[in-house]
Design a protein. Structure first.
Length: 76
């Protein structure tokens, strides 16, 4: 079973059941706000600024949230 299949099944639940499921998954994370990262805050800010500049200059084309989620689901 992959994440795309799980997400598809979860989206068939009622709103209340999806909320309960989301809360259950969120609470299963040890420290959701302290996820490990290989880069410092300063490096992350510099990267975000560079990516913003790349979009503004037309070097890359941004994805909509919907398109990103579809791509991620299809990778699983």
């Amino acid at each position: 079973m992959n994440i795309g299949h799980i997400a598809s099944e979860a989206l068939q639940l009622s709103s209340q059941d999806r909320a309960i499921l989301a809360e259950t998954i969120w609470e299963s994370l040890e420290e959701p706000y302290l996820l490990s990262s290989d880069i410092s805050d300063e490096e992350a800010i510099a990267l975000a600024k560079q990516r913003d500049e790349d979009i503004e200059n037309g070097h890359v084309e941004p994805l909509s949230h919907k398109e990103l989620m579809n791509r991620l689901r299809n990778e699983g």
